[in-house]
Design a protein around this ligand. Structure first.
Ligand SMILES: NC(=O)c1ccc[n+]([C@@H]2O[C@H](COP(=O)([O-])OP(=O)(O)OC[C@H]3O[C@@H](n4cnc5c(N)ncnc54)[C@H](OP(=O)(O)O)[C@@H]3O)[C@@H](O)[C@H]2O)c1
Length: 280
């Protein structure tokens, strides 16, 4: 299958290229075209005639989105609309990514694909609007919601990833404070890419939650990183109120891979095993 991957030099993109290497891949980065350049995107993608377009691009600096809502909507909504139209014209399936931040975090059990979203931030709102466009207009699509990604390429958009940040601070003997009142599922892009290599070529459609298994707070995740890496550090828990990030984040945004499980396709590792694989 000919597959175009947009945002291919990001952390998930790099691992996805490896996992999908039996396909005819055409990777694109921002250097080839910015997704906000709608005409250019159409000309280039039409020239390739893919059967599938995987859109990994996003403006996902969550706090910056609060100050730049127009840019957030430009990348996360209007560019998605353009890609949906291109995919429809080419009769290609579009694979769009989204986030656990579409939820308000008031739940105490994992969110499933049918749970009602209610975003708290500009970022979450823009991603949900992108989702709705895909669901309403794409002829063939998959929407993949995931959470807390880390991969060897480091998040291009966020400048590193949480695991590397913790390791760097610990090695520099900095004191580290991490919030313990936000519960998530950290997800390895390597494991996610393996799962996507199984899911994407199927004829399934619609929304899928795809994260590693289990849940922890960011503080517990930091403890596990340092424990597995065997590094001592001055690490203490803090709260979102003390941390004072500009964007509100859900207190609990654990996703359950319910559809994958129902289809017998869930291969995602427990988060601690995936972390050990990454650090190994
Ligand atoms: N990271 C997380 O914790 C997380 C959680 C939930 C969902 N997701 C979603 O999962 C997907 C993959 O995430 P990731 O962590 O692999 O992201 P990433 O490492 O930041 O990669 C995103 C890629 O998209 C490119 N890009 C961004 N804006 C673009 C634009 N306007 N035009 C063209 N290219 C653009 C970036 O290029 P540059 O390098 O030039 O910026 C980067 O290569 C994204 O949709 C993300 O929002 C991520």
């Amino acid at each position: 299958m000919r597959i175009c991957i947009l945002g291919s030099n990001g952390q998930l993109g790099r691992d996805l290229i490896e996992a999908l290497n039996s396909h005819d891949l055409v990777p694109f980065t921002r250097k080839d075209f910015d997704v906000t350049e709608h005409t250019r995107a159409k000309t280039i993608l039409s020239g390739v005639r893919p059967q599938m377009i995987v859109n990994l691009t996003a403006y996902h600096r969550v706090d910056d989105c609060e100050a730049n809502p127009e840019h957030a909507y430009d990348v996360n909504v209007l560019s998605v609309l353009n890609l949906v139209r291109i995919a429809n014209d080419l009769d290609a399936k579009i694979i769009q990514f989204s986030t656990d931040y579409v939820f308000d975090g008031k739940a105490s059990t994992p969110y499933v694909e049918t749970s009602e979203p209610f975003p708290l931030s500009v970022y979450g709102n823009s991603r949900l609007a992108g989702e709705y466009l895909v669901r309403a207009l794409a002829r063939r699509f998959m929407l993949i919601r995931t959470c807390g990604l880390y991969g060897h390429a480091g998040s291009q958009g966020k400048g590193g990833n949480f695991v590397e940040t913790m390791l760097k601070k610990a090695r520099n003997q900095e004191s580290i404070q991490v919030v313990s009142d936000q519960t998530v599922t950290p997800t390895s892009t390597k494991d996610l890419a393996r799962q996507l290599a199984l899911l994407l070529p199927t004829s399934h459609e619609g929304l899928f939650h795809v994260t590693n298994e289990g849940a922890c707070s960011w503080y517990e995740f930091a403890v596990a990183i340092l424990e597995i890496a065997g590094i001592q550090a001055n690490l203490t828990p803090t709260t979102s109120v003390v941390y004072k990030a500009p964007a509100l984040r859900p207190r609990y945004s654990v996703l359950e891979n319910r559809r994958l499980k129902n289809l017998g396709l869930n291969r995602m590792l427990p988060w601690r095993d995936a972390l050990a694989e990454y650090l190994g």
